[in-house]
Structure formats: structure tokens, C-alpha cells
Design a binder for this molecule. Structure first.
Ligand code: 5GP
Ligand code: MG
Length: 474
């Protein structure tokens, strides 16, 4: 998972990029970077850490120019080494290029091998560098960006929302299945693309629309060009964006994430009602789900756990050890709300089970009599290969335990996960247009020996001019 942004504006874009990345911080806390271009020079700054720790005023003032892209990283592929921090930048045929990517390519090993056999040298272990190289290689042949991206999209398999700065133009494209989000906005004096609409809100901009799956857009000073490069028979939007990943105030592919989560809460109550004294969220990820449950059940909503919002970077590091320490430090029970009470505790998901087990312990220690866990996603049974950090079946508690076994393992009084059908209704997007790989083990494209129900993708690159539309003056 990662967050990406690209902006073209009449003034310098470094501060707007910074604010946008700040709004996308939840999508990646490991590192952050910005690249800009001022008509002559490519400027870049990237480092490990949170956006606010990586940049200061002096650094931002040094990132000059009216075009730029930015990235926050949560590593799924590639090691945690400084070279892997995005955007990835290079010069090609006199053009200054920067690329940033959210997603995960499933054919990356083959692609890298193919290019290495041709003598290509790679400086990082990220998918992003491979994407940059394929585009450069194709551009060398055609000298046409649209054609080069079109050829590149034919080669990439997996999830990818990409922003690319090419001198003073910002290009952005989204995989034909629309697995990861990407949207377009208008700022006071320019245009932007970002992983989520909250980044547009952060700049006081207005949301225009989502980038369509398979679409390539180019932001220019005076408008946006659109090229439909590929079309798929069905989409495969990631359900986990709605359940957990995106911010609740984002609108993704036409759905307000907060409302999806509230709907999930309603369904959880319909599917597994229980008598209890209070409904409580696991903050912050279960809050909207719990609000929905409380609304539907009429049981009062009361926070039983309070989150420490000032946790440093150390506790957000994506390792198992740090994760365990994080749960201990992050949440404190409100004993006065819990003593001798029965509690419905709502979280968005159980992945490894570590969080739920500890939380049940914490609220029981604080005096809770019963702890009924209600979970906003169905049991996660299979890995995600498309960008969410759910690596192997062995690490997923529900991959070989049934509901009763998971309930005992985490020590809850009762446990219910929302059904797949109810989750799909809560999202409001047809089942065929969603990726539910982590729930069903059936993926929207071929991945190794996993089961798949592939979407048919047609490349329409040859006809891209027909899809040209300008937003200038809209
Ligand atoms: P568990 O402890 O069961 O592995 O994780 C479940 C908790 O982690 C839930 O509270 C959920 O909000 C959160 N979570 C789910 N997916 C991710 C992820 O990809 N990264 C991080 N940092 N947290 C996650
Ligand atoms: Mg959580």
C-alpha cells in the first residue's frame, strides 16, 4: 500500500504536494518523497519517516517548480533500503522523469529478468523502477508517451496506480481492473491526481472524477487529456480499501468510505445481534463500523479504548515485534465504562489475530464481563498479492481455523465476521467488479497456482486518440 499524488500548477507545487501527502499519510508511514521540475532542473527529496518528519520549510522551499509528484510508502515489495524510497527519478533522452507507484505487480520477477538479460541495470528492488524502465524502453521506439504507456500497460500484470512526471507534465494511469484508487481534482490554479479524494480536500480543491480503470491522463497547465488505453470486461476494486485502508472521509469510485463502513455496522447487527450494555469501536479503524452497529441496534455507543495519538515512528514500523509493542502502547481501556459490563467490540478486520487477542485481554482485565467481537470484514483466508500486507496463509489466523477456533484463540465471548454477501451490499458495487481474493482465495488475474476468475482485458491503445477529451474550461 502506498499513497501517490501529482500536481501541475502555475505556482510552486512543493507545499501543495506536502499537504496532499500529509492527507495520505495513513497509506504509508515508512518513507516519503517529492520530486519537482522547474523547466530546467529536477529537484527531489526523500527519506524514511513520516511526512512531517521528512520535510521542513527549508527543504520544501528548495523543491522548485510548477510540476511535481509525491509518494508515501508502505513496503509490500522490495526491501526497506533507502534506494527503494519513491519517487524513482532518472533522465532519459534529455527529459527529466520521476515515477511513483501504488500497487503490486505479480509478474515483476519475469519482467525484471527479461530486462536484466538485455543488459538493463536496476538500482532498486521496487516495481516502480521496472515500470519506469519499460516506459523509457517503449518511448525510445515510438517517441510517444501515450504509445509507450500503452505498451507498458500490456506488459504489467497486477495492481498499479502510477504517477509520472515528464518534465513539466504529470501523467497518471490506473490498471485496467481499477484495483487501487486514483482520482482527479482541480486546485485553484491547476490540476492534481491523488490516491484518495482527501488529498484534494486538503488543498481546498474540487474533486473532478476517478481516473477510469485502464485510463491514462495527462495534467497540463491548461487542462487534462484523457486516453483510454485498455478496457476490462469487469473491474476488480479492492474491498479492503473500503473495509480498512482508505480514510473514512474519502470517496472512492463513487462511494463515501464512511458510509460503506456504517452500512457494514448495520449488517453486522442484523446478522449477529446480541444483548449487551455498550457498543465500542477499536479506534480508529473500527469507528464508523461501530457507529453503524450502534445506530442499528439502539445499544449505546461508548468508547472503551482510547488511542494514544502521539505514537512515534518506531511503533508504526511494519514488523511483527513492533506491531505487538504498538498494540500495548497504543490503546488504554476506559475502566469506568467497562467494569461488570457486557461489551460489543467492533474492529474492521482480523488479520493475524494479534490485535484482537490483546484487546480482549485488555478489556477483560479492565472488568468487562462479556466481550462480543464483531468484525467488519469476512474472515481473511488467503494472501493479498495486489498491495495489502497480508503475506502468507501461515500468518493469517483464519486460514486454517474456523470461527469458533478463532473466537477461542482470541478469548472472546462470541465472534462474528460480516458475510461476503453483506459486505458487497454495503459497498454497493457489483460482486464481479470487486477483488475478494483475500476472502475467497480466488483472484481477478492469474497468480501462480492460485485459483482465478480472470477479467478479460482488451487493449484499445491503437484507438486512444478517439478517447481524447480535454477538461480545460470545464
Ligand atoms: P491483526 O493484529 O489481526 O494482525 O491485525 C488486525 C488489525 O490491524 C485491525 O485493527 C486492522 O485495523 C489493522 N490492519 C489491517 N490490515 C492492516 C495493514 O495492512 N497494515 C496495518 N498497519 N494494519 C492493518
Ligand atoms: Mg485497527
Amino acid at each position: 500500500m502506498c499513497g501517490i499524488v501529482g500536481i501541475v500548477d502555475s505556482g510552486d507545487v512543493s507545499f501543495p504536494l506536502y499537504y496532499a501527502l500529509y492527507a495520505l499519510q495513513h497509506r504509508g508511514q515508512e518513507s516519503a518523497g517529492i520530486a519537482t521540475y522547474d523547466g530546467q532542473t529536477l529537484y527531489k527529496y526523500k527519506s524514511q519517516g513520516l511526512v512531517a518528519d521528512v520535510f521542513d520549510k527549508e527543504i520544501l522551499c528548495g523543491l522548485k517548480g510548477g510540476a511535481g509528484i509525491g509518494h508515501v510508502r508502505y513496503p509490500t515489495t522490495g526491501e526497506k533500503i533507502p534506494e527503494n524510497i519513491q519517487p524513482f527519478t532518472f533522465t532519459f533522452r534529455g527529459r527529466k522523469v520521476a515515477v511513483a507507484h501504488n500497487g503490486n505487480l505479480v509478474n515483476i520477477v519475469n519482467l525484471r529478468e527479461e530486462y536484466e538479460k538485455r543488459g538493463q541495470i536496476f538500482c532498486t528492488t521496487t516495481d516502480t523502477e521496472v515500470i519506469g524502465n519499460i516506459i523509457a524502453d517503449e518511448y525510445r521506439v515510438s517517441l510517444n508517451v501515450v504509445e509507450a504507456v500503452g505498451m507498458c500497460m500490456r506488459r504489467l500484470q497486477g495492481s498499479y496506480s502510477v504517477v509520472m512526471m515528464l518534465d513539466d507534465e504529470v501523467w497518471a494511469f490506473r490498471d485496467p481492473l481499477g484495483i487501487r484508487p486514483l482520482c482527479i481534482g482541480r486546485t485553484e490554479c491547476g490540476y492534481m491526481v491523488a490516491s484518495e479524494s482527501v488529498a484534494i480536500d486538503a488543498l481546498g480543491g474540487s474533486f473532478i472524477r476517478d481516473v477510469r480503470p485502464g485510463e491514462l491522463v495527462c495534467l497540463k497547465g491548461n487542462g487534462i487529456e484523457s486516453h483510454q488505453i485498455a478496457e476490462a470486461s469487469h473491474r476488480a476494486h479492492c474491498i479492503f480499501e473500503y473495509v480498512y485502508f482508505a480514510r473514512p472521509d474519502s470517496v472512492i469510485d463513487g462511494r463515501l468510505v464512511y458510509d460503506v463502513r456504517r452500512n457494514i455496522g448495520h449488517s453486522l447487527c442484523e446478522e449477529a445481534p446480541v444483548e449487551a450494555d455498550l457498543v465500542s469501536p477499536v479506534p480508529d479503524s473500527g469507528m464508523a463500523h461501530a457507529a453503524g452497529y450502534a445506530e442499528e441496534s439502539g445499544i449505546r455507543y461508548r468508547e472503551a479504548l482510547i488511542k494514544n495519538r502521539y505514537m512515534g515512528r518506531t511503533f508504526i514500523m511494519p514488523t511483527q515485534e513492533a506491531r505487538e509493542a504498538a498494540v500495548r502502547m497504543k490503546l488504554n481501556p476506559v475502566r469506568g465504562h467497562l467494569k461488570d459490563r457486557s461489551l460489543i467490540l467492533i474492529d474492521d478486520s482480523i488479520v493475524r489475530g494479534t490485535t484482537s487477542r490483546r484487546l480482549v485481554n485488555i478489556v477483560r482485565d479492565a472488568g468487562a464481563r462479556e466481550v462480543h467481537m464483531r468484525i467488519g470484514s469476512p474472515a481473511i483466508k488467503a494472501p493479498c498479492y495486489l498491495g495489502v500486507d497480508m503475506p502468507t496463509r501461515g500468518e493469517l489466523i483464519a486460514s486454517d481455523l474456523d470461527n469458533g477456533e478463532v473466537c477461542s484463540s482470541i478469548g472472546a465471548t462470541s465472534l462474528h465476521h460480516i458475510s461476503i454477501g453483506a459486505l458487497i451490499r454495503a459497498i454497493g458495487i457489483p460482486k464481479e467488479d470487486l477483488c475478494t481474493g483475500c476472502l475467497t482465495g480466488e483472484y481477478p488475474l492469474a497468480i501462480g497456482s492460485e485459483r482465478c476468475c480472470p477479467r478479460e482485458v482488451t487493449c484499445v491503445a491503437k484507438h486512444y486518440q478517439a478517447g481524447l477529451e480535454s477538461f480545460s474550461g470545464e
